[in-house]
Design a protein around this ligand. Structure first.
Ligand code: 13P
Length: 340
């Protein structure tokens, strides 16, 4: 295995204010998104929608990598070009979601562990052959009165590190995603504490399992108040606390940190990223790996109609550009109004 190649790929994905488009919704999740815009989730509708995103002119200026789903990595654009080749030809690195979802954790009510390790080595070899150069695995940590437990955090961290080691062995850059959910009414302090605990545990496991930090990307949550919290922390506080916890937990050897949006509104996700980059003097690029916060606007604009493709692509490139500016700390709120 070629560690230099892994490092180069990891750096390329997050270089020059670029981020990641998470277009790896499972069939169940994309159905939910399509339901909300009144589109039937057929294989062809999913293909047409992903084609719309991937063929958006100029997206490669702002997007360094796209995370695909198993179905999508095997699909092609209308002209017959397989999606991984299409992305590659634009200079965008194709990636693949390889976990099999968060399942109930035995003897731990309300908690989950992410599955998908069995047969992973063989699946990674196939994905590599299909053109993937990085992968994603999402662990889910829920905050409630008496959770998360150490058992849940440790088990998920252990699985994340097993996945990451297998990826590097197969020549894929692992995106390591331990997501502390923003569901609930917890305050920002509690999110800080849990995020710190999770990140410390994850990096300990990555160390024990020989993962080269130089050849991975971290995909964390921001330190943010629960969605139902009474007094939600403002943009500056979220930015300060997130940068603080990352500095305390993430070694400088990591080539990049790309946040998930986790249910934040489009503009909130952009504003938070921008505020963090304005703090400056950081050991790693801080960028985005958004799913919903990049796709909500284009999905609304598209609504399943081919005559709306151009409008949907405009909505997508706008969000990609705003987030890329935020990744450089150069976003301004009035840029949003002008586009509206
Ligand atoms: P969201 O940005 O919608 O949270 O999705 C990112 C992702 O890839 C979750 O695994």
């Amino acid at each position: 295995m070629d560690f230099q190649e892994l490092e180069k790929t990891a750096q390329a994905i997050v270089a020059d204010g670029k981020g990641i488009l998470a277009a790896d919704e499972s069939t169940g999740t994309i159905k939910k998104r399509f339901d909300s815009i009144g589109v039937e989730s057929t294989e062809e509708a999913r293909r047409a929608y992903r084609e719309l995103l991937f063929t958006t002119a100029g997206a490669e200026e702002f997007i360094g990598g796209v995370i695909l789903y198993d179905e999508t990595i095997r699909q092609s654009a209308s002209d017959g070009t397989p999606f991984p080749r299409l992305l590659e030809s634009k200079g965008i690195v194709p990636g693949i979601k390889v976990d099999e979802g968060a399942k109930p954790l035995a003897l731990a009510e309300g908690e989950t562990v992410t599955e998908g390790l069995d047969g992973l080595r063989e699946r990674l070899a196939e994905y590599h052959q299909l053109g993937a150069r990085f992968a994603k695995w999402r662990a889910v940590i829920t905050i409630d009165k008496n959770i998360p437990s150490e058992y849940c955090i440790w088990t998920n961290a252990h699985a994340l590190a097993r996945y990451a080691a297998l990826c590097q062995e197969s020549g894929l850059v692992p995106i390591v995603e331990p997501e502390v959910l923003m569901d609930g009414d917890h305050d920002v302090e509690r999110c800080y504490m849990i995020t710190e605990w999770v990140l410390k545990t994850v990096f300990e496991q990555l160390y024990y399992q020989k993962v080269a930090l130089e050849g991975m990307v971290l995909k964390p949550n921001m330190v943010i108040s629960g969605k139902k919290a009474k007094n939600r922390a403002g943009v500056e506080e979220v930015a300060e606390k997130t940068v603080k916890v990352l500095k305390a937990c993430v070694p400088a050897a990591v080539p990049g940190i790309a946040f998930l949006s986790g249910g934040q509104s489009d503009e909130e996700a952009t504003a938070h990223l921008d505020a963090m980059n304005r703090i400056g003097d950081l050991p790693w690029p801080l960028t985005f790996s958004y799913g919903r916060a990049l796709q909500h606007a284009p999905q609304q604009a598209w609504s399943g109609k081919s005559e709306n493709v151009a409008a949907a692509q405009r909505a997508f490139i706008h969000r990609a550009m705003m987030n890329s500016l935020a990744a450089r700390g150069q976003w301004k709120q009035d840029l949003e109004k002008k586009a509206a």
